[in-house]
Design a protein around this ligand. Sequence first.
Ligand SMILES: [Zn+2]
Length: 123
Amino acid sequence: MAPFHQHDCDNCFYLGSDEEGSEEKVKTDYYFCHRQGEHPCLATLIARYGEYGDYSSGIDFIMSSIGLNKSLKLAVEQNVLPDDVKLYIKKKQDDWFDYCKHDLSYAEGIAKRWEGRERFIIK
Ligand SMILES: [Zn+2]
């Protein structure tokens, strides 16, 4: 498998590509970006939809962004997340579920956007 789009970060680990990274079926490349030994808050997942700035990134959006959640799934399946990063992400995940319990209109909006897609969760 090869990425659809050009990507210019040497630290990125390529996780795969498909056309399921957003509501619109666009060609999406998935990456995990992390320097060995750096703090987990600096690690990031990326879903690239096109050239230049056309991408999503950030651990904060792994539960709300369809593309970033797919990056997370691939990173866990391919076992590329260091333990501390995995724990950090799990915490973000738990915080997100907690947030959704309190901000119901946000939760409803996200559910609408996801349209029954299955969300990947670190167990
Ligand atoms: Zn990178």
